[in-house]
Design a protein around this ligand. Structure first.
Ligand code: SDX
Length: 394
């Protein structure tokens, strides 16, 4: 008898939050960053400009973009002591474990003098996160290879600098392929923010306590890592390699539909989109162009992904449940084509999404009406009862 725990539908209304940053219409497959359609930003913008838009609310003037880009570039180096953290990891530590750990430790280096109520301090925090996470990500990759760390270079644009830190080695010249840098820039635009997804909600929840914002960002990295969320892009490539050929697709679709089987069609389905994920549509088109430009059009995994999508979207289980490819279904194909290993796919997602996390943290902290996040629950445990002496138990 739980009448004292009657469900109050009204409290669910307080479970969501207000934000001006991103709008999603899951039925129409609409995604807007500060009101601008993702399709237009993908076609006309670049990642740093989109970062400015998400964090500041408006597209920058040429001068504002120049100042923002310089501020981010100025912060790309990390405290040299941070690099020593990597020596504590085994070479095969998952890069997301290294990223979340080292980003959390930024709190010990860059937070002491920070007043989160000071807008200028919040702005510098944004520059530091956007600038330093790629450098930390590249260091994690170099550590996994046993190669020396490569320092950031201010003569390279954001994505070229990242690829240079990933792939350059001291013993020879390395030139970044502009096709790869451009493809990465577009993927970062598409992954930059997505409303109150699990990792962004985690950052908001942690940040609402007034905790160290670098620690809040690190909590977002941990949430993103899960295969149901950002970890899906890595899981999709593993799934495609496991399926191997088109002939095996029906067998794996059957596994995905079997409730007793843990197998899920990775890269399919979404909590909000019950139509196409607009980002998946853009990335699928992009795959064709990037693979052709990189001379890798005959990519067998891309062919298999296209076939898998075609077959699944004719299957009533997926059609009835409105399960469509999401942002993670095709992104790994492009990451692979530009040389990023599977183990780093979710790290790439984190680099892009760190902009959204910063934007949401800033929006929340700047709100004078902000309160600590404290979801309530529907209690389904035992009604009140008395303590039972040991002699009366069992
Ligand atoms: C991201 O929130 C965000 O915005 C996230 C994200 C972002 O940008 O931040 O968009 C990024 O995380 C994309 C999602 C990446 N995850 C995956 O691709 C993993 C595979 N997808 C599933 O695990 C699943 O679709 C979820 C986790 C994404 C959503 O799970 P839900 O909430 O259970 O999905 P649902 O309520 O729509 O499911 C309805 C039915 C259920 O079956 P029934 O109980 O009705 O019989 O569809 C089934 C689910 O079991 N189902 C699947 C499936 N996804 C849902 N069955 C097989 N394969 C799948 N992929």
């Amino acid at each position: 008898d739980h009448d004292m725990f009657t469900f109050d539908p009204g409290f669910m209304a307080t479970a969501s939050c207000e934000s001006k940053i991103t709008y999603i219409d899951g039925d129409q497959g609409i995604l807007l960053y500060r009101g601008i359609p993702i399709e237009q930003l993908a076609e006309k913008s670049n990642f740093l400009e989109v970062s400015y838009l998400l964090v500041n609310g408006e597209l920058p003037t040429a001068q504002q973009l120049g100042e923002f880009s310089h501020a981010v570039q100025y912060h790309t180096m990390i405290n040299e002591s941070l690099l020593r953290f990597f020596n504590g990891f085994q070479y095969n530590a998952h890069p997301m474990a290294m990223l979340s750990g080292v980003v959390a430790s930024m709190a010990a280096f860059y937070h002491d003098s920070m007043d989160i109520n000071n807008p200028r301090h919040r702005e510098i925090f944004a520059h530091r996160v956007i600038a330093k996470i790629p450098t930390i990500a590249a260091a994690a990759y170099k550590h996994s290879l046993g190669q020396p760390f490569v320092y950031p270079r201010n003569d390279l644009d954001y994505c070229s600098n990242l690829l240079h830190m990933f792939f350059a080695v001291p013993c020879e010249q390395y030139s970044v392929d502009p096709v790869a840098a451009q493809a990465l820039d577009l993927l970062f635009i598409l992954h930059a923010d997505h409303e109150q997804n699990a990792s962004t909600s985690t950052v908001r929840m942690a940040g609402s306590t007034g905790t160290n914002p670098y620690a809040a960002i690190s909590s977002g990295i941990s949430a993103l890592w899960g295969p149901a969320h950002g970890g899906a892009n890595e899981a999709v490539l593993a799934m495609l390699e496991q399926i191997g050929t088109v002939e095996n697709v029906p067998k794996y679709l059957a596994k995905a539909k079997d409730k007793n089987d843990h197998f899920r069609l990775m890269g399919f389905g979404h909590r909000v989109y019950k139509n196409f994920d607009p980002r998946a549509t853009i990335i699928r088109t992009m795959c064709h162009k990037v693979l052709a430009k990189l001379g890798k059009s005959d990519n067998p995994l891309f062919e298999l992904a296209l076939k898998l999508e075609e077959i699944a979207l004719k299957d009533e289980y997926f059609v009835e449940r409105k399960l469509y490819p999401n942002v993670d279904f095709y992104s790994g194909i492009i990451y692979s084509a530009i040389g990023i290993p599977q183990s780093m796919f979710t790290v790439m997602f984190a680099i892009a999404r760190s902009v959204g996390w910063v934007a949401h943290w800033q929006e929340m902290i700047a709100d004078p009406a902000m309160k600590i996040s404290r979801p309530r629950q529907i209690y389904t445990g035992p009604a009140q009862r008395d303590y039972m002496e040991m002699s009366d138990r069992g």
